[in-house]
Design a protein around this ligand. Structure first.
Ligand code: PGA
Ligand code: ZN
Length: 433
């Protein structure tokens, strides 16, 4: 399936910031893909190319788009769109041939657009392109739908509300189907909106569509989530667990963590988590320690007895994932734009599987309305997917795509929730601890 054309353009992401979209044409059809971008990015992520200067406050992508239209377009002409590994190797080679690189944003747009064009040409759904070959496929069964982790309260770099922890999520594990789980989480989101409105705490939202209330601290936010779950008539811990993304790199300044007016070392922070785990049904904590605090991570299992999820620590990098598995992580976030090619992201999934880590496919805070991450999550057989609140177009696009895939699977669809709840690493804890 020969590539006959590649073109790129600037589009806006959900924050109103430029990003790159690419279209790949083959003899058998064309497809486009836009790339997301992070706000609280990790130091070890692949670098997206931004123009700098005054236009778009320095966030322009003229150069990255030009790389798609010129260098990449020339190099990919005539290549086989179904040979993802060769396409991604070529993209990586081009990226390395130029200082400072073509940009992870340029690369990923083309990498994913090629994947989608190949699927279209083969008349397959994108998730099917990974099925069977994806790591662990045989044991896990190919018709799994990941558990959504829905970010209902935004803080940190995603909201200007004073909450230091970035994400307060609900995790609807105790349901038989994805659609029922999504309904429960969404009813909880609406119940939370009602509670915030009644208490005049503000119903404005942050970058990922979660509410950004003016509350004092993370205890208040967690209390609100428990109250919202109950108000929606679900059982906290049993049906719907809680999860945090602390994004602790953002709290780490000059060798110490700043939280709740205190300056603390990783040990004290671990004690704070231990206390939260006693009070709330928290099934996982993402980035509990900073991106290079390997000692903090390694000591975590002693006190932080819940899912310990690496994001900035591992940045979808197979090598760092391997190291994280020996340093206290129980799961990893997989964000394709942290590496720039689909092949690298799939290698990261394989590294996670080899190390027995839970896989969480993830969006970014700056998103497009594309939903290819949902297909990747299904194809990779991810246990979880993070796609923000069940509101706003760029977030619901992913959940809505999973609803369509669930329908397509019909009676063979397996919602991973109950299985995970029974498993070791992410079992919801009762509110009584
Ligand atoms: P980001 O946040 O997309 O702004 O990096 C998401 C996350 O930290 O998981
Ligand atoms: Zn994160």
């Amino acid at each position: 399936m020969k590539i006959t054309g590649v073109s790129g353009r600037m589009i806006l992401d959900s924050r109103g910031v430029p990003t790159v979209e690419a279209t790949v044409r083959t003899e058998k059809g064309a497809a486009s893909a836009g790339v997301p971008a992070g706000t609280s990015t990790g130091r070890h992520e692949a670098k997206e190319l931004r123009d700098g200067g005054d236009r778009w406050n320095g966030q322009g992508v003229r150069q990255a788009v030009s790389h798609v239209n010129v260098e990449i377009s020339h190099a990919l002409q005539g290549m086989d769109a179904t040979d993802q590994a060769a396409i991604d190797a070529k993209l990586t080679e081009l990226d390395k041939s130029k200082k400072p690189g073509l940009g992870a944003n340029a690369l990923l747009a083309v990498s994913v657009a090629t994947f989608l064009a190949a699927a279209r040409g083969k008349r397959k759904e994108p998730w099917q392109m990974l099925g069977g070959e994806s790591p662990g496929a045989s044991q896990r069964g190919p018709k799994g739908i990941p558990v959504p982790m829905l970010n209902l309260i935004n803080g940190g770099a995603h909201a200007k509300n004073g909450l230091e922890i970035q994400e307060f999520m609900v995790v609807p594990l105790g349901f038989d189907t994805f659609s029922e789980a999504l309904r429960a989480a969404t009813e909880t989101y609406h119940a939370l909106g009602t509670i915030l409105d009644e208490r005049n705490l503000g119903t404005g939202v942050g970058l990922e569509g979660g509410f950004a209330p003016q509350v004092g601290n993370h205890h208040d936010a967690l209390d609100l989530l428990v109250q919202a779950i109950e108000r929606a008539k679900y059982r906290p811990g049993e049906q719907i667990g809680l999860a945090l993304d602390v994004a602790a790199t953002e709290l780490y300044k000059e060798g110490a963590y700043k939280l709740a007016g205190q300056t603390m070392q990783s040990e004290q922070l671990a004690i704070e988590y231990e206390s939260l785990l006693r009070q709330y049904p928290i099934v996982s904590i993402e980035d509990p320690f900073a991106e290079d605090d390997w000692d903090g991570w390694a000591a975590a299992p002693e006190r932080v007895k819940t899912g310990r999820i690496a994001d900035d620590l591992t940045v979808t990098d197979a090598k760092r994932i391997k190291r994280a598995a020996g340093s206290g992580a129980t799961g990893v976030i997989i964000k394709p734009n942290q590496q720039g090619t689909l092949t690298a992201a799939t290698a990261a999934v394989a590294a996670a599987r080899a190390a027995d880590l839970t896989v969480i496919a993830s969006h970014r805070s700056g998103e497009t309305t594309d939903h290819w991450i949902a297909d990747l999550a299904v194809g990779w057989e991810a246990e979880y997917i993070k796609a923000g609140a069940p509101a706003r177009g760029e977030r619901v696009a992913k959940y809505d795509r999973l609803l369509a895939i669930e329908q397509e699977f019909g009676s063979q669809a397996v919602y991973r929730g109950p299985g995970l709840a029974a498993g070791k690493e992410a079992a919801p804890r009762g509110t009584d601890g």
